[in-house]
Write a protein that binds this ligand. Structure first.
Ligand code: MRU
Length: 355
């Protein structure tokens, strides 16, 4: 029997509906966003999260601002849409997909600015829907390329959430796992709980269970011991930003996994669409890392485990050096070192394909 696809972002009648990811896996509740501010808050406060998903949501946020605008004057309308774009740019700093999507919406606005307002609204709405649909197609291609790399693996370890909840389709790293699992029924997944926000425990376990794949949930500090026991054949993660030399920002804890993989001779794969590439930046030192609320550490899921008054360090992401990454899976294919060359070629191919 076909498994019903999870799709956490819906656009209907000029309104964005988001599956409330903070309530998962226990409750499936939908949040209605009918203002740009509500969309921005939903991104900041993690109702929706995951690099491609926040890009798609932000694009819909711009479309919403345009479609619901009551302005009849073209230049006031343009200012209002630009204001929405700048508000959405200030939501989360690390995942480049957000900025990629907003840049694309801004280019669309510029391209249609000579048209009547009603047509501009239609064009912006279509652009956001296209971004969403294109991401779904990118996920399918990532799944095919990544799935081939994992086909022979018995035990795959993954970190954070990279499935349907984080994208517009079936996911990035998780799409590779689900593709491989279709061919290899014995595939087993180690799901890192992903402290402190627990995307693995709450979301990836939910998605992997939904897909009917064999898995165990582990705490992050169990990974090294599993590797030593030869119980991990490959590690695959997603990405929030990949720069020119292959350095990759992803969920905090990813770097530690890459170091451990190197020490144990285990392949370490990153899977992301080319919309996650930021080749203007030369290396990972140039990536801004989001610092989040200390309460996510002292009060995970609202439960106090440390005094609120304690000083806390809570970066949402870390950077894994490209030299620790065995391969970067993009929709155009599998890139290997030297990344300066392979990523540039992949981006050029993706641009050609989209023309
Ligand atoms: O803070 P989050 O939950 O938005 O972080 C998500 C991740 O780090 C994912 O691994 C990343 O976005 C890649 S997934 C599609």
């Amino acid at each position: 029997m076909a498994v019903k696809k999870l799709r956490p972002i819906r656009w209907n009648g000029g309104i964005v509906y988001l599956l409330e990811q903070r309530d998962l896996p226990f409750h499936e509740k939908w949040v209605k966003c009918d203002t740009v501010e509500k969309v921005a808050k939903a991104i900041e406060e993690m109702t929706v999260r995951g690099a491609p998903a926040i890009g798609i949501t932000a694009a819909y946020g711009v479309a919403l601002g345009a479609v619901r605008s009551k302005n009849k004057n073209a230049s006031v309308f343009e200012k209002e849409v630009k204001k929405a774009i700048s508000r959405l740019r200030r939501t989360r700093p690390t995942a480049v997909n957000l900025f990629w999507a907003l840049d694309r919406m801004e280019e669309c606005l510029k391209a249609v600015s000579v048209l009547p307002i009603a047509e501009q609204k239609r064009a912006l709405e279509k652009e956001a829907i296209d971004i969403h649909l294109e991401d779904e197609a990118l996920c399918n291609r990532l799944g095919e390329h990544g799935g081939r790399l994992l086909e022979k693996a018995k035990n795959v370890l993954t970190h954070c959430n990279t499935g349907a909840l984080a994208t517009g389709g079936d996911g990035t790293a998780l799409a590779a796992i689900t593709h491989a699992a279709r061919k290899n029924k014995k595939l087993h997944v180690w799901v890192d709980e992903t402290r402190p926000y627990l995307q693995g425990a709450r979301l990836t376990a939910y998605e992997v269970a939904h897909a009917g794949i064999d898995f165990h949930l582990i705490t992050d500090n169990m990974a090294a011991s599993l590797m030593k026991q030869k119980k991990v054949d490959a590690i695959i993660v997603g990405a929030d930003r990949i720069v020119a030399n292959g350095d990759t920002a992803n969920k905090i804890g990813t770097y530690a996994l890459a170091v451990m993989a190197k020490a144990h001779g285990i392949p370490f794969y990153v899977s992301a669409p080319t919309t996650t590439l930021d080749l203007i930046k030369k290396n990972g030192d140039e990536i801004e890392i989001e610092q989040r609320n200390p309460k996510e550490v002292t009060h995970p899921q609202g439960i106090a485990i440390a005094k609120e008054s304690y000083p806390v360090y809570n970066p949402a992401f870390d950077v894994t050096p490209g030299k620790l990454i065995t391969a970067i899976i993009l929709e155009t294919g599998v890139c290997r070192s030297p990344y300066q060359k392979s990523l540039r070629q992949a981006l050029a191919t993706a641009k050609k394909e989209s023309m």
